[in-house]
Design a protein around this ligand. Sequence first.
Ligand code: SAH
Length: 257
Amino acid sequence: MSNENRSIHNFDINLICEYFSYIERQGPGSPEVTLKALNFIDNLTDESQIADLGCGTGGQTMILAQNAPGQVTGLDLCPDFIDLFNNNAWELGLQNRVKGIIGSMDNLPFQKGALDLIWSEGAIYNIGYERGLKEWNTCLKRGGFVAVTEASWFTPERPAEIESFWLDAYPEIDTIPAKVLQMQMAGYIPVASFILPENCWIENFYAPQVAAEKIFLEKHAGNKMAEEFIANQQHERELYDQFKEFYGYVFYIGKKI
Ligand code: SAH
């Protein structure tokens, strides 16, 4: 595989966790977009159980908790992110309602039918959108909601360069109608889908990485894997700039039938 097409999956998880702990968000998004998605979800009460899967350091979780009632559990594989997550919850005075736990989204620690809402921004790709939607469904109550962001094609066809990058990085990328149908087939009523605006990528995800890259490269001077990882991030950023009319993240919101 050429370096150009290396995907994030080829790098050491500890290195990835360290790098992304330098920035507030570990994926594209914004408070506005989180709130927009939350607007499609009704019936939440103080008793509601909410889970944010692949929560990272909790950028979106805290917005969610400040704007929705109920108990919120953030779950992530990376222990450093969970530490930062729980610190953030304390600093915002949310510690009684918001808890971060270490765990994997492919083996959820929730009872069948226990959850009112499953949230996941920029993370379901780790186990795949179709698999995630199907497996998580059992933890939701009937009438509960799922809200996830997922890489999607905006057009039926696209240039070969960006197509081959994504087919290597995440072959499950598909068009919006295909993703909506998959949501329906996984046992949900597709309630809404909308494209995340460019600022979610450029200002909120890529711009903060410029400073993070500098710190990271200084710390890991001479480490080939670290250098390749950063080169990979930069390549991904350039591709986004060049091909952003063809792909991006889409919020998909569904209600369990
Ligand atoms: N939702 C956050 C983080 C997105 S990055 C945001 O939007 O900012 C993807 C996250 O998924 C990372 O925090 C990574 O540690 C986590 N992750 C990767 N594989 C996972 C798994 N199997 N179970 C739980 N979390 C996982």
